[in-house]
Design a protein around this ligand. Structure first.
Ligand code: ZN
Length: 291
């Protein structure tokens, strides 16, 4: 009897020392690497985040794998961009028999139009990213109410960093002479950046990397670079660099470096987090354009 009581009290102590919600982390799946970073910042050690399209991956042309089916089947919450970015997702959800809640992080953002489609790259404006983070915070709170305060505090700390980052980008662009705020990038990923910060991007490929530019598209851009004396062209981490190299060779516009648009890099790369990515891009742009 005494031994039983002792065992019970040990059980009671171990249960109270580690409440159930701290033992099991919330399984969250993010559709691509940038969203995974936001979830990590808000969820901290209370969530286990996996991404479908990982670092250096191209979310426009992704082909889901059997491992993705398992990730979805284990998920409690699925974090997606929306605005047509994850065209491959509905079939994956069906294959996985998805039961996770889904949060669309662009909810509440007015999309820019690219022809008749929405431009999906809303995260390229840091102010939109603040909306993403608020949507992720609210979804985590719904999925795991006992950790609400923890998620609120993390989100607030991260939002403060993002506000500072937005200021950094505006200051950096301010140092570029107005006549030089025009560049060429591979695909049309920087529409929201352009709208927020006032650098004009011209791209031979549209908002999805799925489309191939025609010879006429390329000739038109080459003509425009020459006529408008556009100072620099930029490679992107995703997509084929040869097109930009050709435009550079034919126009004399120099290659200003590599911009990160739709994916983070691995830990050792230039852009392992969203904040690193934005800082890398703005440093690359200003060093090519400011003088
Ligand atoms: Zn893109």
């Amino acid at each position: 009897m005494r031994a039983w009581r002792g065992l019970l009290s040990i059980l009671a102590i171990s249960l109270s020392a580690s409440p159930l919600h701290a033992q099991t982390r919330l399984n969250v799946v993010a559709s691509f690497s940038i969203l995974g970073d936001f979830v990590k910042n808000v969820g901290g050690d209370r969530v286990a985040v996996t991404t479908l399209v990982g670092p250096d991956g191209d979310v426009h042309v992704y082909t889901p794998t059997p491992a993705d089916v398992r990730k979805i089947a284990d998920a409690k919450l699925l974090v997606i961009n929306g605005f047509g970015l994850e065209g491959w997702l509905p079939r994956l959800l069906q294959a996985a028999g998805n039961r996770a809640s889904i949060v669309t992080v662009t909810s509440g953002i007015t999309p820019l139009k690219a022809g008749s489609d929405a431009d999906p790259h809303a995260w390229q404006s840091v102010t939109n990213t603040e909306k993403y983070v608020a949507n992720i915070r609210d979804a985590l709170i719904s999925a795991d109410p006992p950790d609400a305060d923890f998620f609120r505090q993390n989100a607030q700390a991260y939002l403060t960093k993002l506000e500072a980052l937005d200021g950094e980008v505006r200051q950096a662009v301010g140092r570029i002479p107005e006549g030089r705020r025009r560049v060429i990038s591979t695909h049309d990923a920087f529409g929201y950046f352009a709208a927020r910060y006032g650098i004009q991007f011209i791209a031979p490929v549209g908002v999805s990397t799925e489309a191939e530019p025609s010879a006429r598209d390329i000739a038109k851009i080459i003509g425009q670079v020459k006529a408008e004396h556009i100072p620099a062209v930029f490679l992107e981490r995703i997509g084929d660099p040869r097109l930009m190299q050709r435009i550079s060779a034919e126009t004399g516009a120099r290659i200003g470096g590599t911009l990160y648009s739709d994916a983070l890099t691995g830990e050792k790369g230039d852009a392992p987090t969203y904040i690193d990515m934005v800082r890398h891009n703005i440093t690359t742009l200003t060093s090519a354009l400011a003088n």
